[in-house]
Design a protein around this ligand. Structure first.
Ligand code: PEP
Ligand code: MN
Length: 337
């Protein structure tokens, strides 16, 4: 259910409707829009009694949302969600593309700083790197854990890039929350939710709905390829998901062509395609010595290739009316977390 407030409804009226919803035993999710506020209702098993809410001052209408996902839906919030960060102009979901780059995993201080320096210089505003790695084999490198997070915090300090890293379970989540700016899946911080490798569009949006229904609206989605019969790539990058998501949801969507293809030579072409199709940003793996990488070397770009990717993406972005951050501008205020 969705309560649509009148354009001139006061904050007090919005508050009163939220209180009423909570009193009825449900959860209220006020979503301020450009012209009006909508209030999503979750926690109801069946229909909420519409009349009571409809009568309240400031209420325009109460409508049933027929789709299983509600808070992620454009029915609830028409405008795009733009995730902002303190101390930087970088956003996820704004007119500028969000460029996330870095190695698959943080392997050492030297490796992380070498890659960070290069991707920052090329224009990335977000640095990625796994401190905890979900691996198929127990014998593969599992990540540096907290030491990896500490290295990333130093990178934020030095370059002003915001840090995106993955939490893989409850234990790692607490530590990742402490150090990162965006959690790949997670809690109170902005969350980058990657599509499951066999998730349908609806399942993906429902996974996001879980996070929003707990009260965190700063969620960005990420297409990273799905499993198909094709064996010329690691996964099949499903770029048609981008416009499909944008039609139904206000959440930003990034594309990860590194895991999406698994092949270095396909990362730049698919990055161009992702920007052309309307993605809100890219997440790309970069390593200065991919042949020695402890994970995902074959899909990691050399820094020079990332420079070239950014040059090409800049041109495509202009065609679709998007901007790409200027090359390596250090925002002085960006040092603070
Ligand atoms: C990653 O981004 O490092 C990663 C493990 O991605 P995915 O979950 O998409 O395989
Ligand atoms: Mn990886």
């Amino acid at each position: 259910m969705l309560v649509v407030m009148k354009a001139l409804a006061t904050e007090e009226q919005v508050r009163a409707v939220c209180q009423k919803i909570e009193k009825l035993g449900y959860r209220a999710h006020p979503m301020p829009g450009a012209t009006r506020t909508a209030i999503g209702i979750t926690g109801n098993k069946g229909e909420v009694e519409q009349g009571t809410l409809e009568e309240m001052p400031g209420v325009q209408e109460v409508i049933a949302v027929s789709k299983p996902y509600k808070l992620v839906s454009r029915d609830v919030k028409e405008e795009n969600t733009v995730i902002t960060f303190s101390g930087t102009a970088a956003t996820i979901g704004g007119p500028g593309l969000a460029i996330v780059a870095g190695p698959c995993a943080i392997e050492s201080r030297e490796q992380a700083f070498t890659v960070a320096e290069r991707v920052h210089r090329a224009g990335a505003q977000f640095f990625r790197g796994g401190a905890y790695k979900p691996r198929t084999s127990p014998y593969s490198f599992q990540g540096l854990g907290e030491e990896g997070l500490r290295i990333m915090a130093e990178i934020r300090q030095q370059f002003g890039m915001k840090i995106i890293t993955e939490a893989i379970d409850h234990e790692s989540l607490d530590l990742v929350e402490e150090y990162a700016d965006v959690i790949q899946i997670g809690a109170r911080k902005p969350v980058l939710l990657k599509r499951g490798m066999s998730a349908t569009l609806e399942e993906f949006l429902m996974a996001a709905e879980y996070i929003l229904s707990e009260g965190n609206y700063n969620v960005a989605l990420c297409e990273r390829g799905v499993r198909t019969f094709a064996d010329h790539t690691r996964n099949t990058l499903d770029l048609s998901l981008v416009p499909a998501v944008q039609r139904l949801s206000h959440l930003p969507i990034l594309v990860d062509p590194s895991h999406g293809t698994g092949k270095r030579n396909k990362v730049t072409p698919l990055s161009r395609a992702a920007v052309a199709v309307g993605a809100d940003g890219l997440m790309v793996e970069v390593h200065h010595q991919p042949d020695q990488a402890l994970s995902d070397g074959p899909q990691s770009l050399f820094p020079d290739q990332f420079d070239e990717l950014m040059t090409q993406v800049r041109q495509i972005a202009a065609v679709v009316g998007r901007t790409v951050p200027a090359i390596g501008v250090r925002e002085p205020a960006a040092v603070s977390k």
